[in-house]
Write a protein that binds this ligand. Structure first.
Ligand code: C2E
Ligand code: MG
Ligand code: MG
Length: 375
């Protein structure tokens, strides 16, 4: 196959051009004397066309698509290694854009790629050095006005940059698989913390702890067993742990999610659907999921007073949840007026800056000691 492929490219190029196979299904073409990137793009196009014709191999028709990365030189490029590296960067960019593309390298790509590599290295080291900490944001029982539990939200204590929020590193952690040790760490730290608080503050013996689980974690083999063991080791009653999975994460992998959720349920661990309202759930499936709490996404709670449709969405989610016998947690409560409205609508729990931002453990503990009442 590779031979046919090389032969066809050989038909289009000029005698002075060089074709080499880099390995696997990757080829390099050296085209001396082209005067502009446009010219190389048109060569790329003819290569693509030549390869778009099906190949006949042992009576079968095979199709290939090509992703082409182009680098023009020699300005600013000092070695052939660098040339090949830049061409590869452009090729991966082409691949990422979909099938059969050609992309010309530019310096920004190099910067993106090296920034990413640096971040990946930093992140790996940070996991090893234990630079992550959970912060804790209280979840309030709106019926009593007291703290019901906390959500653990990871922060990176970067030695140079200070506290880094999860939005800046979770996507990369998911891509690289680092989310798995990271997630295990958060659950471990948070359930130990919960144990300590329950012992120190007998009024909070039923305090709960919510921990986020990303789709990438969910897809890991043995994840439920791993997390269940962490909870068991902490000595916490499993029903006081709430695993949060986003609605879009569930919808993306419905069968898998159902399997994972059921395994958690069998261990008596509670489940919340996070960011609800943003993920286009199929309502007909919702009732078959073994979850206990719906967290209404903060985008609806935020301006439900100004936008009538948001208010309607909050109301609808609430009646949907109640008809399925689930409790509702409103995210992003920032004003007292929202609190009053949510209480009037029969919402069970609230979370948001109005009550408190996510706090480092000692400050969250100070709140427990004070045991504030919100009315
Ligand atoms: P989330 O699970 O939906 O967490 C709620 C986010 O909303 C938090 O952002 C919190 O700080 C923010 N928030 C809470 N109340 C308010 C409010 O009143 N107004 C506004 N504007 N924001 C509010 P954070 O801590 O930056 O976390 C962002 C997301 O990162 C989380 O969304 C969650 O999806 C993810 N994440 C955080 N920690 C972990 C973790 O340990 N594991 C995994 N897999 N994901 C995590
Ligand atoms: Mg959450
Ligand atoms: Mg959320």
């Amino acid at each position: 196959m590779i031979m046919y492929f090389a032969w066809r490219i050989g038909q289009i190029i000029r005698p002075e051009d060089t074709l080499a196979r880099l390995g696997g299904d990757e080829f390099t073409l050296l085209l001396p004397g082209l005067s502009s990137p446009e010219e190389s793009l048109s060569v790329a196009e003819s290569i693509r066309d030549a390869l778009a014709e099906p190949f006949e191999v042992e009576d079968q028709e095979l199709f290939v698509t090509t992703s082409i990365g182009i680098v023009t030189g020699p300005e600013g490029v000092s070695s052939s290694d660098e040339l090949v590296r830049d061409a590869e960067t452009a090729m991966y960019r082409a691949k990422a854009q979909g099938r059969a593309r050609a992309v010309v390298f530019d310096e920004n790509m190099h910067r993106d790629a090296s920034e990413r590599l640096k971040m990946e290295t930093d992140l790996t080291k940070a996991v090893e050095n234990g630079e992550f900490v959970p912060f804790y944001q209280p979840i309030i029982d709106l019926r009593t006005g007291r703290i019901n539990g906390f959500e653990a939200l990871i922060r990176w204590q970067h030695p140079v940059e200070g506290i880094v929020p999860p939005g800046a590193f979770i996507p990369l952690a998911e891509e690289t698989g680092l989310i798995v040790p990271m997630g295990k760490f958060v659950l471990q730290a948070a359930s130990r913390q919960l144990r300590i608080w329950q012992e120190r503050y007998p009024a909070f013996s039923n305090l709960t702890m919510s921990v986020n689980l990303s789709v990438e974690q969910m897809k890991t083999d043995g994840i439920v067993a791993q997390l269940t063991e962490v909870i068991r080791d902490s000595g916490i009653r499993p029903e006081l742990i709430k695993i949060e999975i986003t609605e879009s994460g569930i919808m993306e992998n419905m069968d898998y999610a159902l399997h994972v959720l059921k395994s958690f349920e069998a261990q008596n661990i509670r489940l919340s659907i996070d960011d609800f309202g943003t993920g286009y759930s199929s309502l007909s499936h919702l009732h078959s999921f073994p979850f206990h709490f719906l967290k209404v996404d903060r985008s609806f709670v935020g301006d439900m007073e100004d936008k009538r449709e948001n208010m309607e969405i909050v109301k609808t989610i609430m009646s949907l949840a109640h008809s399925l016998d689930k409790h509702v947690i409103a995210e992003g409560v920032e004003e007292h007026s929202q609190l009053s409205l949510l209480k009037a609508l029969g919402c069970e729990y609230g979370q948001g800056f109005y009550f408190s931002k996510p706090l480092p453990a000692p400050e969250a503990e100070a709140m427990l000691a004070e045991n504030p009442l919100w009315t």
